[in-house]
Design a binder for this molecule. Structure first.
Ligand code: CMP
Length: 135
C-alpha cells in the first residue's frame, strides 16, 4: 500500500554536509519526495514534534540539539514507505545500527543520529500535518 512518511534530516546531517548522501539513499530506493523544506525550528516546535518524549530524561539535550541549527523536513511517498524508511535509517543508536543503514554507516551517536522518520501510520498523519499543514 502506498504510504507517506515524515522525515527529518536533523541538524547534524546539515552541519556534516550529508544532506545529499542521505537524500540519495531515499531516492535510490525508489521513494518519491513530495514536499521538502530547509528550516530552523524553535523549542515549541520541537516540543510538538517530540510530544511523546518531552518528559523523558533524554529530552532536554534532544531539544537543544533539534533547535541547534537548520534541518531539512520532507515527506516521502512509496509502497510501505513508513517501514521502508525506518529500515533504511537503521536502529536509533548509531553505534548499534547495522552497517548498510544510514545510521549504521554514518552515525556514532544515540542522539545525533542524522534522521527521524514516522514510526506508524498514526504518527505519520500527525507529523505530516504538523510540518506540512498544506499537504
Ligand atoms: P528519533 O527517531 O528522532 O526519535 C526520538 C529521538 O530521541 C531519537 O531519534 C534520538 O535522536 C533521541 N534519543 C532516543 N533515545 C535516546 C537516548 N537514550 N539518549 C539520547 N537521545 C535519544
Amino acid at each position: 500500500m502506498t504510504q507517506r512518511t515524515l522525515v527529518l534530516l536533523k541538524p547534524d546531517t546539515v552541519r556534516r554536509g550529508l544532506v545529499g548522501e542521505v537524500l540519495s539513499r531515499f531516492e535510490a530506493k525508489g521513494l518519491t519526495i513530495v514536499a521538502m523544506e530547509h528550516r530552523a525550528i524553535d523549542g515549541a516546535m520541537a516540543d510538538q514534534h517530540y510530544a511523546e518524549h518531552v518528559e523523558r530524561d533524554f529530552y532536554p539535550p534532544l531539544r537543544d540539539f533539534a533547535t541547534s541549527g537548520p534541518l531539512v523536513s520532507l515527506v516521502l511517498e512509496g509502497d510501505e514507505a513508513i517501514d521502508v524508511v525506518r529500515a533504511l535509517n537503521g536502529a536509533t543508536d548509531g553505534r548499534k545500527a547495522a552497517p548498510g543503514t544510514i545510521r549504521g554507516d554514518l552515525s556514532l551517536s544515540n542522539r545525533e543520529n542524522l534522521v527521524h522518520a514516522s514510526d506508524s501510520p498514526e504518527s505519520a498523519a500527525r507529523e505530516i500535518a504538523l510540518w506540512f499543514p498544506s499537504l
